[in-house]
Design a protein around this ligand. Structure first.
Ligand code: NAD
Ligand code: MG
Length: 392
């Protein structure tokens, strides 16, 4: 029996993970559920999944979680705060952790899972962007298995042979091709993006996701973060990680070997497939996702990304190239810019402008420790918050 901590349980990935877990009561059990601030939704999930522990990030909400669980007649123990979450993730209550908190807020619990040698189903790409070298080194030393849940990286994980060379690179791998849906504004010229609204930006054509990653998909920053994520997971430099726009979102990514062979993973755009892969690996279990009817789908198209309308992709490659704290600065500036866009404070094109501004204003330094990265993250957040008024 696998005992699973689902972090970000009330979110889009969290609910997909719980859906797969509930299909396999004989082998999968949700033992820890954690959320940010949604107490009622968390209690409802506890009624359905009866975990041993429930954690709410905001300490001010502890009493309402505790009372909510008691009122529902549950024996689930209530906890609050980051410290409690890290202890539970590292402790005996779970052997597997679904890291699906959104943003850099997911880093401490992701690191705790890696340090404790857990099977880590990593959806929280921001923690790899922010501290990829550290996180992968800690996981390696502690014997933690990282299974990427991001659909592209999960596809690559499925396409690569399981043998890895000692330095973490894959023998014979020439390059990785990440596919991108192109988001809701694919085909738009830069001028057409001036007036787009948050509601338009989060209406993704193919995937149903949380608001932050939906905006990231619309700016292509999501693909930029995924390039950095792929670099850390698969050990390739940026110039061997390409991006292909594929509007049908059926080919989830491809790998190319030195002999000219290419492998791709296909399936319907539903995150339960990646989660089932991670939960059962190396076995396969049902995920609730139907097979792909290629005849019904008809065609698969591919096109290059438009660098003019979507500069975030270029900024992410540049941050990966610059190294050190640059990806952490990129990520933090993006989180602040996206949140300001969602609140109607800045326009869509201000997102890349704010990220570029932060990267130019804060020169990267070597990422020698977690403290250095946290400091870069904090400085980029402050810088970007104070730049908002200059970017309408
Ligand atoms: P979401 O907004 O739907 O859910 C986020 C979850 O995180 C919620 O449960 C929320 O309560 C929790 N949370 C937020 N702040 C927290 C904090 N400080 N402490 C603890 N919990 C906190 O987001 P999502 O779409 O499920 O995405 C989650 C992560 O997975 C992101 O990093 C995203 O990039 C990644 N991801 C998502 C998808 C997808 O299809 N949704 C695909 C690939 C990768
Ligand atoms: Mg993805």
């Amino acid at each position: 029996m696998r005992h699973i901590a689902v972090l970000g349980a009330t979110g889009s990935i969290g609910s997909s993970a719980l859906d797969v877990i509930a299909r396999h009561p004989d082998r999968l059990r949700a033992s820890v559920l954690a959320a940010g601030r949604q107490v009622d939704a968390l209690v409802t999930l506890c009624v359905r999944h009866a975990p041993q522990h429930a954690v709410i990030a905001d300490p001010a909400l502890f009493a309402s979680l505790r009372d909510g669980l008691a009122d529902a007649g549950l024996r689930t123990q209530a906890h609050a705060g980051d410290e409690a979450l890290q202890q539970l993730v590292a402790g005996d209550a779970c052997d597997t952790v679904v890291a699906a908190i959104v943003g850099a807020a997911g880093l401490p619990s992701t690191l705790a899972a890696a340090r404790a040698g857990k099977r880590l189903l990593l959806a929280n790409k921001e923690s790899l962007v922010l501290a990829g070298e550290l996180l992968t080194a800690i996981a390696r030393d502690a014997g933690a298995t990282i299974i990427p849940i991001d659909s592209e990286h999960n596809a690559i994980f499925q396409c690569l042979p399981s043998t890895r060379e000692l330095n973490g690179t894959h023998a014979g791998l020439r390059r990785i091709l990440l596919t991108a849906s192109g988001g809701p504004f694919r085909g738009h010229a830069r001028e057409q993006l001036l007036e787009v609204t948050p509601a338009q930006a989060i209406a993704h054509p193919k995937w149903s996701m949380g608001p932050k990653i939906s905006v990231d998909s619309a700016t292509l920053m999501n693909k930029g973060l995924e390039v950095i994520e792929a670099h850390h997971l698969f050990g390739l430099p940026g110039d061997r990680i390409d991006v292909l726009v594929h509007p049908q979102s059926l080919v989830h990514s491809l790998v190319e070997f030195v002999d000219g062979s290419m492998l791709a993973q296909l399936g319907l755009p539903d995150m339960r497939t990646a989660l089932a892969v991670g939960l059962a690996w190396p076995e396969r279990v049902e995920s609730g996702v139907a097979g792909l009817d290629l005849l019904a789908q008809g065609r698969l198209d591919f096109e290059p990304p438009d660098p003019d309308a979507f500069p975030c992709l270029r900024l992410a490659y540049a941050a990966l190239d610059a190294g050190g704290t640059a990806p952490a600065i990129l990520n933090a500036a993006n989180e602040i810019a996206v949140s300001a866009f969602l609140q109607g404070q800045v326009g869509f094109l201000s997102i890349p402008a704010l990220v570029e501004d932060a990267l130019a204003a804060l020169p990267p330094v070597p990422a020698t420790s977690l403290d250095v990265l946290r400091d870069a993250d904090a400085r980029a957040r402050r810088h970007t918050s104070s730049s908002l008024s200059r970017h309408p």
